[in-house]
Design a protein around this ligand. Structure first.
Ligand SMILES: *[C@@H]1O[C@H](CO)[C@@H](O)[C@H](O)[C@H]1NC(C)=O
Ligand SMILES: *[C@@H]1O[C@H](CO)[C@@H](O)[C@H](O)[C@H]1NC(C)=O
Length: 311
């Protein structure tokens, strides 16, 4: 009995969670998110952290906590036992070119606005900080330390105090990632990239940069983006505090492995992530606004993740 309990605790501790960037509008009184809800309900063993992002932040009078669609959609997701919601903010005023230049008063005002969602019955349990730094320019380490402390200790905020879930998204590796792990966020998205080489219908579909220049995920073979790109910068020991987000899972990923986006390859790539003890992941055929297209629909992907966690 005791042995079984220990094993199941160990399995839980080593599982790879879902980190879902949900930037889609919850139309139809939240009904646009029904496929996501169904996938979460069908895979209760997968713990999910869902990033709510109405409009590059907590939204305004039209999209946000005053929008009944958002209220219905977020409450329905939060009602699932395996779901935690976190709110989106970003540190950059120029789409990521300069990190940590959003003034303290604006970024903390957005975070306070997320806390008003909690007052209105939507349990936001933390903050996703996008366009986060991975180097130390612009006093970024202090900026991120201050933000993390603010989210977890400001007495007016209602994200659970020291339990507030904090995720940094530098979106890639950088020379100073270890300095950010030292600030004790729950997760750092130190690899966010596209699988495909031939993008589909422009950036809006799969959010793969048109100009290219990104790391086509696992083009050297399953697990190689983590081994060759992520771990040298983040440290393999930080795997459980690291998230890997892969969008644009369609067509093929180029030389040398040139894998095709098939269900069998999805299986291999997700297995490689779980085997490396990555804390959270997300694979999607599209970008962050469409979740039903195969082969990596939310339902298929969550099924594979649950199976690999159990293996
Ligand atoms: C961080 O907070 C300290 C103490 O309040 C303050 O002196 C410092 O200017 C802040 N740094 C940044 C980059 O926000
Ligand atoms: C990869 O495979 C596709 C077909 O699946 C092919 O059209 C393409 O030329 C290949 N590219 C490389 C770099 O091997």
């Amino acid at each position: 009995m005791k042995l079984v309990l220990l094993c199941s605790l160990a399995a839980t501790a080593m599982a790879t969670d879902l980190l879902l960037p949900l930037y889609q509008y919850p139309a139809s009184t939240g009904g646009a998110w029904d496929p996501i809800k169904a996938a979460l309900a069908a895979n209760p063993s997968v713990t999910a952290t869902i990033i709510i992002n109405p409009n590059n932040g907590p939204g305004d009078a039209n999209q946000g906590i005053d929008d009944p669609q958002y209220v219905a959609g977020t409450k329905a997701l939060a009602a699932l036992p395996n779901v935690r919601l976190i709110g989106y903010v970003h540190t950059s005023t120029d789409w990521g070119a300069t990190r940590c230049n959003v003034p303290w008063s604006s970024i903390t005002a957005d975070i306070r606005k997320w806390s008003t969602w909690v007052d209105r019955g939507v349990p936001i349990g933390g903050i996703f900080i996008d366009e986060a730094p991975a180097d130390t320019s612009n006093d970024c380490v202090n900026y991120m330390r201050n933000l993390t402390t603010f989210i977890r200790t400001d007495p007016a905020l209602r994200f659970g105090g020291s339990n507030a879930f904090v995720v940094y998204n530098p979106g890639g590796t950088g020379p100073s990632l270890p300095a950010y792990y030292d600030l004790q966020p729950n997760l750092i998205v130190a690899l966010e990239t596209c699988f495909t080489v031939p993008e589909r219908a422009g950036e809006d579909y799969d959010q793969c940069p048109r100009a290219g220049g990104y790391e086509p995920y696992d083009h050297a073979g399953p697990g190689r983006s983590i081994d060759d790109v992520l771990f040298p910068a983040a440290g393999a020991a930080n795997a459980p505090r690291t998230a890997v987000l892969v969008h644009g899972f369609h067509d093929f990923n180029g030389a040398p492995a040139n894998l095709s986006a098939t269900p069998a390859v999805l299986d291999q790539l997700v297995a490689a992530v779980v085997q490396r003890r990555i804390g959270a992941t997300f694979f999607n055929t599209a970008g962050y606004h469409t979740f039903e297209d195969g082969p990596a629909s939310i339902g298929n992907f969550m099924g594979v993740l649950a199976a690999k966690n159990a293996a």
